[in-house]
Design a protein around this ligand. Structure first.
Ligand code: SF4
Length: 209
């Protein structure tokens, strides 16, 4: 059994698959420390219990062949059902992308592509070293105050720049737009990739997009 917050069809608004049609499965709950700026606080609380079979049926009904599994922190439910869903979607030929903070280790043998977004809180990076080695891509929320910490983190862990994405901090459209040029320039300077938040640019603060 998994604990689900919501599921819906949309476009992926962030990261390497930006603009790609996708079926989203947002699982409930996160792991501490919780981020004060979190834009999915509604997913922290318990949600609806749902079986792997019911989720598979929902994906099938959606007609989508690309599924984004997000949260909260989806990987906290790996042992309680997510590993079964991962295998079942793989067997069904459905492509999967996970979005994780990396606060819990990315499991060995996970079949989907994993985008890890490490969190910097109270002067400390909260990411498991195993997650750093297993993530396919690393996505950092960037602003004027955090880019030097991101640069140091990337350098300290000798991360492959081709795996590093910066995403402008901002939960509102105006904040995204205002910060894009700064993050753009920083990506040019450092050789990172840029990942804006298309759903915020399109719909501002509207949820369930
Ligand atoms: S890890 Fe993600 S979901 Fe959890 S509190 Fe932080 S931003 Fe929110």
């Amino acid at each position: 059994m998994l604990i689900l917050h919501e599921m819906f069809a949309s476009l992926q608004g962030e990261g390497p698959h930006t603009g790609r049609p996708a079926f989203f499965i947002r699982l409930s709950g996160c792991v501490p420390p919780l981020c004060p700026w979190c834009d999915t606080k509604v997913a922290w609380a318990d949600g609806e219990k749902i079986s792997v079979d019911a989720l598979l049926a929902a994906v099938e009904r959606s007609g989508h062949r690309f599924v984004v599994i997000t949260g909260g922190e989806p990987l906290r439910q790996w042992e309680t059902g997510l590993h079964e869903l991962d295998a079942a979607l793989f067997d069904a030929g459905v492509e999967v992308q996970y979005e994780t903070s990396g606060k819990v280790p990315i499991p060995a043998g996970i079949r989907g592509e994993v985008i890890c977004s490490p969190k910097y809180l109270s002067g400390v990076w909260h990411v498991d070293p195993v997650s750093l080695s297993r993530a396919h891509h690393l996505k950092f929320v960037a602003c004027e105050e955090t880019v030097s910490e991101i640069d140091a983190f990337v350098s300290d862990h000798a991360l492959n720049l081709d795996r590093v994405w910066l995403m402008p901090k901002g939960m509102h459209r105006e904040e995204q737009i205002a910060r894009l040029p700064f993050v753009w320039d920083h990506c040019v300077k450092k050789g990172y990739r840029l990942a804006s938040r298309l759903h915020i640019l399109a719909f501002d603060t509207k949820k369930g997009i």
